[in-house]
Design a protein around this ligand. Structure first.
Ligand code: SF4
Ligand code: SF4
Length: 353
């Protein structure tokens, strides 16, 4: 059996309004209309870009898809979650400001932007998962509640996973703060010397795992389950995450989070293989394309979609471009592990439209 992946090729520097027609056509081909029931909350998961960086999907390319979803009876909204690291996307206020500056606004697109895990990442829910590397997943509130999830992903390289496509956008990008922490680290959070013992983290800790001793917070490793709430709420930046996980484990956890997020959801995915840079859109600076633009791909199967996207990029480059840039990383780990846990199929039929 093969999964269907649709490809709409694009010309050099094609206009956003022309791309919008292709996005709509791809949405029709993957059966988006059939996925949506009246009044379904439809999450369009996207990266709003980083301050100073041009690397994000142009908002105007989504206009026809948004109208199509509304006509089908759905209630679309744009969403992303806050970052673990500090910056302009680490809380909902700065994040919404940045999204609006990049054209992701009610005024421009006619739909709201909802930051999926709350003001500082507190809107998350922990669920048991099928056993794998993880046995519990911390999901953003949006991932839990939205009825339909549409992944809108700018395909790029990535310094931790080699390749960043739909699996990364959904598995990491719709995880709650604790999920991001768990994916990046094999360790629990630590308290730094800067802690002043204010007790805010203790009030928020859902596991009652924090005590204040000698005016410092102390985490009990036996009861802490790594939800990351303390990291989110500490007003003094005194909770530390170790970014210590291997690429291979990060990729496997991303696939397992993807499975947890998409469980019982209606979903489809688009990869934008345009302006494909070595680093992801979090870098916040202009960066040259590794290969000429390819087009936009769409599928109901996230594994087939990422595999097809990665292979098309390598074909376009005439080499394994991800290996060239990140020789230590095998970006196929996320895809092969995803197939192994039932997230989709690596075998695909590419249908050019
Ligand atoms: S919230 Fe921060 S400063 Fe306050 S006790 Fe917790 S770690 Fe220390
Ligand atoms: S990460 Fe651990 S200590 Fe911090 S809030 Fe969550 S359970 Fe509590």
């Amino acid at each position: 059996m093969k999964a269907k992946v649709y490809l709409s090729r694009t010309g050099k520097d094609e206009s956003p309004s022309s791309l919008a027609g292709k996005v709509k056509e791809l949405s029709i081909r993957v059966g988006l209309k059939e996925l949506i029931k009246k009044d379904d909350l439809v999450a369009l998961k996207i990266h709003f870009g980083e301050k100073g960086g041009p690397g994000y999907i142009h908002p105007d390319t989504l206009k026809k898809q948004i109208s199509f979803i509304k006509q089908a009876g759905g209630k679309p909204f744009l969403t992303d979650t806050n970052t673990l690291y500090t910056g302009d996307r680490s809380n909902a206020v700065d994040h919404l400001q940045l999204a609006s500056e990049h054209g992701f606004s009610l005024r421009n697109l006619g739909i709201p932007v909802v930051i999926g895990d709350g003001l500082r990442g507190e809107n998350q829910i922990s669920v048991e998962t099928e056993k794998g590397i993880i046995s519990r997943a911390h999901l953003s509130g949006v991932a839990r509640t939205a009825q339909v999830i549409i992944g809108l992903t700018h395909a790029t390289g990535h310094l931790l996973t080699g390749f960043a496509g739909t699996l990364k956008n959904i598995g990491m990008g719709l995880a709650g703060r604790g999920g991001k922490l768990a994916q990046h680290s094999g360790l629990l959070p630590e308290i730094l010397d800067e802690c002043i013992g204010c007790g805010t983290c203790r009030e928020w800790c859902p596991a009652d795992a924090i005590q204040i001793k000698n005016e410092k917070a102390v985490i009990n490793p036996k009861t802490c389950y790594g939800c990351g709430e303390c990291l989110a709420v500490c007003p003094h930046k005194s909770v530390k995450v170790s970014w210590d996980e291997s690429s291979s484990n990060v990729q496997k956890k991303i696939a397992e989070y993807c499975r947890a997020i998409l469980k019982n959801k209606k979903s489809c995915f688009l990869n934008f293989a345009l302006k494909i840079t070595k680093d992801c859109d979090c870098m916040g600076k202009p960066s040259p394309s590794m290969v000429p633009d390819i087009g936009i791909l769409a599928s109901r199967d996230p594994i087939a979609l990422d595999r097809a996207t990665l292979e098309l990029i390598n074909q376009q480059a005439g080499e394994n471009i991800f290996k060239t840039h990140y020789p230590e990383i095998d970006p196929l780990v996320q895809i092969t592990h995803g197939e192994k846990i039932g997230l989709g199929l690596q075998e695909y039929e590419l249908i050019q439209i």
